[in-house]
Unconditional design. Sequence first.
Length: 93
Amino acid sequence: FPDHNFPLAHMHSELLTAFKSQEPRPSQLQHNVAAALNRIGWNHSFEYETPEGFSLDMAQPETKCAIEVDGPSHYLKCNGRRPTENGRTKFKS
């Protein structure tokens, strides 16, 4: 995006360090989805870390295909309104 101005671009390394500092915490839903994918023959890496430092729930690096399981913990509830993505989920999208 050469013509876009990203307001936090000057903090890229600090933001990436903060993002990567948390260990992945796979949910039961994520484990269930991974098991179902294995049953249908979609072999994948679980919690695959990209060269850029992102953790993907399930990935086939050789095909550049990934699946993210965004269950309830990926969203914030705001006073009965429609749930919105939390910061970590929004950062990855």
